[in-house]
Design a protein around this ligand. Structure first.
Ligand code: GDP
Ligand code: MG
Length: 159
């Protein structure tokens, strides 16, 4: 039941000064940050992270986007964390993402509009899509000694 999942604040979120705002949404929900670092992704690493998308039409623009500046990578832990984090993040297309989600509150671009501009949809954040993806992505981005084990104070009196 306790899962770890990978979250990235993408280059647009870093450049817009939204790192703190984004992290605080996970903290306020009671999720635990067990790993965190700033990383400049290169094309080789992008192809590993987005291996499922490399053959897709939008991949070239996606690689340009994800390598356009540093990202903040986090391993986040909690009860069914993969699903809970995806809910906080919202759906892929900012235009369609519900208000109250990160993508729905801080962006509104449509996939069609981004495609027409030859750009990847700048949607601020990456979050693993399912349990298998999460396990694979956490181990791709973090070594064992970069993942930490500790108790949040609320675990002592709530859980
Ligand atoms: P996610 O899991 O919600 O991030 O979505 P995906 O794994 O399907 O796609 C990875 C990323 O590629 C998305 O977050 C977008 O930045 C971008 N992307 C996905 N689909 C499209 C598309 O149809 N057009 C454009 N321009 N970008 C896309
Ligand atoms: Mg995905």
């Amino acid at each position: 039941m306790i899962q770890q999942t990978l979250v990235l604040v993408k280059p647009d979120g870093v450049k817009r000064g939204l790192i703190g705002e984004i992290i605080s949404r996970f903290e306020k929900r009671g999720l635990k940050i067990v790993g965190i670092k700033m990383v400049q992704v290169d094309p080789d690493f992008s192809k590993k992270h987005y291996s499922a998308h490399v053959a897709k039409s939008f991949y070239k623009n996606l690689e340009k986007f994800i390598t356009s500046g540093p990202v903040v990578a986090m391993a986040i832990e909690g009860i069914d964390a993969v699903e809970v984090v995806r809910k906080i993040v919202g759906s892929t297309e900012p235009k369609s993402a519900p208000v109250g989600t990160i993508r729905g509150d801080f962006a509104h671009v449509s996939l069609n509009y981004a495609d027409s501009k030859g750009k990847s949809a700048e949607n601020l954040i990456h979050a693993s899509g399912n349990k298998e993806e999460a396990e694979q992505e956490v181990s791709l981005w973090f070594s064992i000694d970069e993942l930490h084990s500790y108790k949040l104070s609320y675990e002592d009196h709530v859980m």
